[in-house]
Design a protein around this ligand. Structure first.
Ligand SMILES: NC(=O)c1ccc[n+]([C@@H]2O[C@H](COP(=O)([O-])OP(=O)(O)OC[C@H]3O[C@@H](n4cnc5c(N)ncnc54)[C@H](O)[C@@H]3O)[C@@H](O)[C@H]2O)c1
Length: 258
């Protein structure tokens, strides 16, 4: 997909690798000036360098409200505006914490809520403050199909991502009258380093997981980025409060044959 984002200023969190990297790449390739941000400083800088002169990097832990303010203030001071905010940074836990609620560690719950939900809130708040002044802007939050259909034994992630989807809808209602669109993209199982290590490098597990997906394969990061690109662009000028699920049909196939 090609759109014209010339002169648009964007922030992408969690952009050192994975889906965030692909989103930042899609935005720069379509003309936007993008500030990548992540807790991984070295990798983030290297990624920004690879993406070319329209990409820069700023270290920021999204679960820290002060660091988020610094990130957004830096971009706004430098460019005088903010057109696109993609709140992508997120974490989940591995199989060691896939347990029922009675066993679920409090610290894991708090860590996931702090990064995935509170971090998204801080970023949205900072983005909205500037976009209200401009009377324009597009905010895109990255949630998950886990926020649509609960995945068993992942309550922290499920609750955080469901929160992100509802936060988005609430903001769409608040900010729509101010010329700002707020939408969610919910990826299904997507090929990144983490999911390769967890499932996709293991043939048996990969086949089992693919059997849940009507398209019988995981998504590629660029397939998530295309959805974000659409929502960031004027092609989506009347799309507000939507949750765009990009999952090869996972949530439709959720009801299994029996
Ligand atoms: N890959 C999937 O299958 C999948 C499925 C559904 C949703 N998602 C969501 O997509 C988003 C991107 O995930 P990904 O698959 O690319 O994972 P990833 O782990 O490859 O990338 C996440 C990035 O976020 C950064 N990050 C982690 N904590 C951070 C913090 N506190 N502050 C700033 N940056 C932080 C990491 O350093 C990393 O670069 C996440 O929100 C994730 O929940 C991914």
């Amino acid at each position: 997909m090609q759109v014209d984002l010339t002169n648009r200023i964007a922030i992408v969190t969690g952009a050192a690798q994975g889906i965030g990297r692909s989103i930042a790449q899609a935005l720069t390739q379509n003309g936007a000036t993008v500030m990548l941000s992540d807790i991984q400083e070295e990798k983030g800088r290297a990624t920004a360098e690879e993406l070319g002169p329209n990409a820069d990097f700023f270290t920021c832990d999204v679960s820290d409200a002060e660091q988020v303010r610094e990130l957004f203030d830096t971009v706004i001071e430098r460019h005088g505006r903010l057109d696109i905010a993609v709140n992508n940074a997120g974490i989940n836990t591995g199989p060691e914490n896939r347990v029922t609620i009675d066993q679920y560690p409090d610290e894991i719950w708090h860590r996931i809520i702090n990064v995935d939900l509170n971090g998204t809130f801080y970023c949205c708040k900072a983005a909205a403050a500037q976009m209200i002044k401009q009377h324009s802007g597009s905010i895109i939050n990255i949630a998950s199909i886990a926020g649509v259909v609960p995945l068993r034994l992942q309550i922290g992630f499920v609750a955080a991502k469901a929160g992100v989807i509802k936060l988005t809808e609430a903001m769409a209602a608040e900010l729509g009258p101010m010329g700002i669109r707020v939408n969610t993209v919910s990826p299904g199982s997507t090929l990144v380093e983490g999911t390769k290590q967890l499932f996709y490098n293991n043939k048996e597990l990969a086949e089992k997981l693919a059997s849940f997906i009507p398209m019988r394969r995981p998504g590629e990061t660029n397939e998530i980025a295309e959805a974000v690109l659409f929502l960031a662009s004027d092609a989506a000028s009347y799309v507000n409060g939507h949750n765009l699920v990009v999952d090869g049909g996972w949530v439709c196939g959720f009801s299994r044959d029996f």
